[in-house]
Design a protein around this ligand. Structure first.
Ligand code: G1P
Length: 289
């Protein structure tokens, strides 16, 4: 079961990061020196995915411009001997074959994924949510692909979240299969306390069988009046096998200000140009607090 395609829903309005996201897509906000979306595309490419569909909307054409060539800029960098910069701007455009489709109406995550039906066809595919940026030794989506292949199943990436926070996510009914892998047979989006199955929540990574599209096509709106992907998966896991992978890695929710700043600081500490400098700067700041 080879996964060759990925879908990145990036059609949200970015209301948790206003006012910056009024004109800059939240996926294009830089984490150190690269837009958030590039980290997601790099993760997919590192796991061997070749074709990526970004589900976008009318306010987000900066995304397709970024993953294109830019001959005037590249010529200037070449003439100026700025080899590193030239390599970086080219690299972004060469990561994968990137396709775009517009969601047209903001009707929820499930609806955005449904827009990928024609692109995906009849094969398993990966989904990576743009807000969830991962740091891991093995690409998180690759960990899910391995489990999906092993069990010939759909796979969702989960971690335990504090029970007090589960209502921000979804909650899964899970039975252990092996270390870090569960079978999941039910789930609920944004659970109320009496609906919680466990504190395992999906954190932005999925490998799905194409059967999800028939479900999403006829699905009624759920939480918040939106077509929820989790509702569709709740149905899919009753029809077909689905595993939940407690993935190894640190997840940053860059769709909110605090998560965005955590990622910015951690990535800057790892960055060769800023790491040492930032360490000293933070020490000075901490001493003065
Ligand atoms: C979405 C999903 C939810 C998931 C969360 C974190 O919620 O609907 O099931 O747990 O992402 O990846 P949102 O962050 O859009 O509210």
């Amino acid at each position: 079961m080879k996964v060759r395609k990925a879908v990145i829903p990036a059609a949200g309005l970015g209301t948790r990061m206003l006012p910056a996201t009024k004109t800059v897509p939240k996926e294009m906000l830089p984490l150190v020196d690269k837009p958030a979306l590039q980290y997601i595309i790099e993760e997919a490419a590192a796991a061997g995915i070749e074709d990526i569909l970004v589900v976008t909307n009318r306010a987000k054409s900066a995304m397709d411009d970024y993953f294109d060539y830019y001959p005037e800029l590249e010529t200037r960098l070449l003439q100026a001997g700025k080899d590193r910069e030239l390599h970086e701007v080219r690299h972004a455009a060469d990561l994968a074959n990137i396709f775009y489709v517009r969601q047209k109406e903001t009707k929820g995550l499930g609806h955005a994924i449904w827009r990928a039906k024609r692109f995906v066809g009849d094969e398993p595919f990966a989904v990576l949510l743009g807000d969830d940026i991962m740091r891991s030794r093995t690409p998180v989506i690759g960990q899910l692909m391995a489990a999906a292949e092993k069990y010939d199943a759909s796979a969702v990436g989960v971690q335990q979240v504090p029970l007090s926070a589960i209502s921000k996510y979804c909650s899964l009914k899970v039975e252990p299969l092996e270390e870090r892998i569960f079978r999941t047979t039910d789930m609920v989006e944004k659970p109320r306390p009496e609906q919680v199955f466990s504190n395992y929540a999906i954190l932005g990574r999925y490998v799905l069988k194409p059967g999800i599209f028939d479900i999403l096509e006829n699905q009624a709106p759920g939480y918040g009046g939106e077509i929820q992907l989790t509702d569709g998966l709740g149905e899919l896991c009753k029809r077909e096998r689905m595993v939940a992978v407690d993935f190894e890695g640190r997840r940053y929710d860059t769709g909110n200000l605090k998560g965005f700043l955590e990622a910015t600081i951690d990535f800057s500490l790892e960055h060769p140009e800023t790491g040492e400098w930032l360490k000293e700067f933070l020490k000075e700041k901490a001493a003065a607090l």
